[in-house]
Design a protein around this ligand. Structure first.
Ligand SMILES: [Zn+2]
Length: 476
C-alpha cells in the first residue's frame, strides 16, 4: 500500500456546487430596474431550480450567460444621436472591438452632457455583457467599470460590475463598494452573499453570518437555495464560536489563528513554512494569492469534530470558509509532516483564489495533482503501483469528488493525479498549464481546453501519459 498519511479530505463538492447554483440562480434574471432609461432583461431560459447531480463530470452547459442588458433603443436626441446609434449597432452586431474603439474615440465633452452620459453608460454596460459572453468576466470588467463610472447609481450596472469583480477576485470589490450596492439594490440577495464571502475571507464571521441571513431573506423560496444558505450560515456561526477563543496574528500574506496558550511556538513555525511556500510555490506556479489566506491551527482533539473531517485527514482546505485547517498534533515534533501538509493545502488555496467560482470546473485529479507536484512532495511513483498490477482508474473518472472512493482507490487516485500532473508539467510547462487553467476558468470543458491548448484530445493525453510511464518503467 502506498497510502500516505498526507491524505486529506477533498473539497466538500456539494458546498461549492451549492454556492455556484445560488450564484447562477441569482445573477441570471436581475429584478432591479434602473430609474432610467427603461430597460428590459431577457429572461434566462435555464431553469436552475434543481441542483445538478454532484459532482459535474463535465459542465453540462456553457458558462453563465448573463443577460443583464439595458435596453439601448432610446438614443437621446442630441446632435450625437447618429454616432451613438452607430456604436449601439456595432455592439448588437457583435463587432465588439469596433464598438469599443468608437466609444473610446468619442469627444470627452459628451460625458458631461446630462442627456448623453447615462446612455454612454448603457452602451458600455451592453458592450461588457457581450464581451463577457466571449471572454468571461475577465473581458467585461473594464467595460462595466467604465459604465459604473458614468452611472454610479445604476443598480443593474453595479450588479454587473460586482459580479465581474467577484468572479475575478478583484480587490476593488471592497466592503464600501458592496455597501453602496446594497443601498442601491436593497432587495437583491447577491450583494449580501458577496459581502458574506468577503467578510468570511477576512475572518469577520459574525458579520458574514448576518449577511447570509439577509441574503436568505431575499433569496426567494427555492428550497435548494434556502437549504444551502442555512447550511453555510450554520457552519459560519459554528466556526465563529469554536474559533472565537483563538488568537489571531497576521503576517503579510496569512492570518493564522491558534490557541494562544499552547500553540504560540507552532504559530511561529507555521508562519515560516507558509511564507516560504508563498514565495516558492507562487513563483513556480506563476500566481500569488489576491489576499491574505486564513489558516487555522486546531488542537489535536478538536480538529475532527470542528472540521468534520475523517480520522485519516491531516489537513484540509475549506472552500466554503476559504481557509486552511490543520491539526497541531505533533506539529513541532514532526516538522516535515507539518511542512508537507501546509504546502499541499496552500496550493489548494492558491488554485481556489485563482479560479474563484470556476473551481467547480477544475477536475479533482488536476487539483490534487498540482497540489502534490507544486508542493514539492515526493510521492512514490505510479510505476510501483503498476508493478503490483493495480488497475489504473481513467482520469475522467477522477474528475469529481473523491469522498466515495475506497481507501485503496483513493491511494491510486492520488498517485495517478500526481503522476499525470507531473507528466503535464514536464511535457508542457507551467505557462501552458496556466493557459489551460484560464480556459477552465472560462468554463471550457477539460476536453475542449486540452484540445485547444495542447492540440490533443483528453484520451490522447491519457494514453501518452501512460505510454510515457511504461517507457520509463522499461528503462528501469
Ligand atoms: Zn489535496
Amino acid at each position: 500500500m502506498y497510502r500516505r498519511n498526507i491524505s486529506h479530505i477533498l473539497y466538500p463538492a456539494a458546498g461549492i456546487l451549492g454556492l455556484f447554483i445560488v450564484y447562477e440562480t441569482w445573477l441570471r434574471p436581475v429584478s432591479v430596474r434602473p430609474p432610467t432609461p427603461a430597460q428590459t432583461e431577457s429572461e434566462s431560459s435555464v431553469d436552475r431550480q434543481q441542483a445538478p447531480e454532484p459532482p459535474p463530470e463535465e459542465p453540462q452547459e456553457p458558462p453563465s450567460q448573463q443577460h443583464r442588458l439595458i435596453d439601448p433603443s432610446a438614443v437621446p436626441e442630441t446632435k450625437y444621436q447618429e454616432t451613438l446609434a452607430a456604436v449601439r449597432d456595432e455592439v448588437e452586431k457583435g463587432h465588439l472591438a469596433e464598438a469599443e474603439s468608437k466609444l473610446i474615440s468619442l469627444p470627452p465633452a459628451l460625458e458631461s452632457d446630462q442627456l448623453v452620459r447615462p446612455y454612454l453608460a448603457v452602451l458600455w454596460n451592453n458592450l461588457g455583457i457581450e464581451q463577457e459572453k466571449r471572454e468571461g468576466t475577465k473581458g467585461s470588467v473594464k467595460a462595466f467599470k467604465k459604465a459604473a463610472a458614468l452611472a454610479p447609481k445604476n443598480p443593474v450596472i453595479l450588479l454587473n460590475l460586482a459580479h465581474a469583480y467577484w468572479e475575478q477576485r478583484d480587490p476593488a470589490m471592497t466592503t464600501d463598494f458592496l455597501e453602496r450596492l446594497i443601498a442601491l439594490a436593497p432587495n437583491e440577495p447577491f450583494p449580501h452573499l458577496a459581502m458574506a464571502d468577503l467578510l468570511q475571507e477576512r475572518d469577520r464571521l459574525n458579520e458574514a453570518a448576518d449577511h447570509l441571513d439577509l441574503a436568505a431573506a431575499r433569496a426567494g423560496n427555492d428550497p435548494g437555495t434556502q437549504s444551502y444558505l442555512r447550511t453555510v450560515t450554520a457552519k459560519v456561526r459554528r466556526t465563529e464560536q469554536t474559533e472565537g477563543r483563538l488568537n489571531s496574528r497576521d503576517s503579510a500574506h496569512f492570518t493564522v489563528k491558534y490557541d494562544g496558550g499552547t500553540d504560540f511556538d507552532t504559530w511561529t513555525v507555521v508562519l515560516e513554512i507558509l511564507e516560504e511556500a508563498y514565495r516558492e510555490i507562487g513563483q513556480k506556479f506563476g500566481y500569488f494569492p489576491s489576499k491574505p489566506i486564513v489558516v487555522v491551527l486546531h488542537a489535536k482533539d478538536t480538529f475532527q469534530g470542528v472540521t468534520g473531517s475523517p480520522a485519516w485527514a491531516d489537513g484540509l482546505f475549506d472552500p466554503v470558509l476559504g481557509r486552511i485547517q490543520v491539526p497541531t498534533k505533533g506539529a513541532l515534533t514532526d516538522r516535515a509532516w507539518l511542512k508537507r501538509v501546509l504546502r499541499h493545502e496552500f496550493v489548494h488555496a492558491l488554485l481556489h483564489d485563482q479560479q474563484g467560482l470556476s473551481i467547480v470546473a477544475l477536475p479533482t485529479w488536476l487539483n490534487e495533482g498540482l497540489a502534490v507536484q507544486l508542493s514539492g512532495d515526493h510521492w512514490p511513483d505510479l510505476r510501483q503501483l503498476e508493478q503490483q498490477e493495480v488497475p489504473v482508474i481513467p482520469l475522467s473518472a477522477l474528475e469529481g469528488a473523491w469522498g466515495g472512493l475506497s481507501s485503496e482507490a483513493a491511494s491510486v487516485a492520488y498517485l495517478e493525479a500526481s503522476s499525470a500532473a507531473r507528466y503535464m508539467i514536464n511535457r508542457y510547462g507551467m505557462h501552458e498549464i496556466q493557459q489551460l487553467l484560464t480556459r477552465l476558468n472560462k468554463r471550457q470543458t477539460l476536453t475542449a481546453a486540452m484540445q485547444s491548448q495542447f492540440s490533443l484530445s483528453y484520451e490522447q493525453f491519457q494514453s501518452r501519459w501512460l505510454e510515457h510511464l511504461h517507457e520509463e518503467r522499461k528503462k528501469g
